[in-house]
Design a protein around this ligand. Structure first.
Ligand code: ZN
Length: 357
């Protein structure tokens, strides 16, 4: 049995020596913390005490993102090492980078490095190098407008290689990208889901638009606004088999039976948006991170506001899971398609994840 007054005193003093002996939850934010959590003190009437993290979780609370009650205290030297390698890659993305060389940087064997890197970053070292090159290319395209030069400066040996890559990653080819998606045809259709209407827009390469809305005409207006230069066509029935597959995957995902939504994307974005959106796709189903954590994750710790703006600019809901980013205080922050939907998505993912574990 926890002594309520004694525990409250420890919380008010942020008593580090009591960490691990109990946790406190704040019912208004739905978050639980260690006694020493640096976040603002809650009102006494909103606080509950728990002997274990499991008790707090069973009460429906989420672990706080600031004091991380589930993580052993202290910095993780392996994660720091891997972050160092990420910075190394960012600086040298225009050079040929081999797995062996990167492993040597980290002082690990190639296979151990591969596993560790993927575990921490969420991408393989090769995917990370590719992403870094792609960011550099997009930046070069925006700045110089000279496609050939930008391709070489980004570290691609020849322009044919970048065209191969962009088929799956950038979606549009570099020239189209520079003109903001002009001459691209987007077909669209609306499906009904438990969270309301969803309009899906796709090019022949992948999804470029996936948004919630209240009416079909409202959704079409949003699509026109996002892609003013594109040719928009309503999808004719019967729907293309690829599209049927995507719609089915989305409905299964919303029903909780298809946690990993891995659909092809074809979006245009700034280098920073691409970086943030790639990172969001690495946040596991059922988990959330704060805007500041995402900013640190993309190597820009002071860019929490820019991360929030990138989330707000997302036009492919669910596939780019911007609903998994919340405020460090545990508050939901914003959501382009309404906080009720954000709350429903987070709660649903969480309950399905608990059921799997
Ligand atoms: Zn906390």
């Amino acid at each position: 049995m926890l002594d309520q007054d004694n525990s409250w005193e420890a919380v008010q003093k942020r008593d580090k020596s009591r960490d691990g002996s109990f946790f406190y939850g704040v019912v208004t934010t739905g978050v639980y913390c260690r006694p020493s959590c640096p976040s603002r003190r809650p009102l006494r009437k909103n606080v509950r005490f728990y002997a274990s993290a499991g008790d707090a979780e069973r009460d429906g609370l989420r672990p706080c993102l600031r004091c991380r009650p589930l993580v052993a205290p202290g910095p993780d030297p392996t994660a720091e090492l891997i972050r160092e390698v990420c910075r190394y890659i960012e600086k040298r993305s225009d050079e040929p980078l081999k797995l062996e060389d990167l492993a040597t940087q980290a002082g690990m064997s190639p296979s151990h490095f591969q596993r560790t890197f993927k575990g921490i970053v969420g991408l393989s070292p090769k995917q990370y190098v590719d992403a870094a090159r792609l960011r550099k290319l997009k930046k070069g395209l925006k700045q110089s407008g000279d496609v050939t030069q930008a391709v070489y400066e980004a570290g691609y040996g020849s322009s044919s290689r970048v065209y191969e890559r962009t088929d799956t990653q950038l979606g549009m080819t570099p020239n189209q990208y520079r003109r903001g998606g002009r001459n691209v045809t987007i077909t669209y259709a609306t499906i009904e889901t438990p969270l309301g209407l969803i309009m899906i827009g796709a090019t022949d390469r992948g999804l470029c638009f996936l948004q919630f809305g209240d009416t079909r005409t409202g959704l079409l207006r949003m699509l026109e606004k996002e892609y003013p230069a594109a040719i928009l066509l309503a999808m004719s029935k019967p729907y293309h088999p690829d599209f049927q597959k995507w719609a089915q995957a989305l409905n299964d995902h919303l029903a909780g039976t298809h946690p990993h939504l891995d659909l092809p994307l074809d979006i245009r974005a700034t280098a920073f948006q691409i970086r943030v959106w790639n990172y969001l796709q690495s946040i596991p189903y059922g988990e959330v991170q704060s805007y500041a954590e995402v900013a640190a994750g993309v190597g820009n710790p002071n860019a929490a506001r820019a991360v929030a703006r990138a989330c707000a600019a997302n036009r492919v809901a669910l596939v780019i899971p911007c609903h998994r980013v919340i405020r460090g205080t545990g508050e939901l922050g914003g959501y382009r398609w309404g906080l009720a939907r954000k709350r429903a998505l987070i709660d649903q993912e969480r309950s399905h994840r608990l059921a799997i574990n």
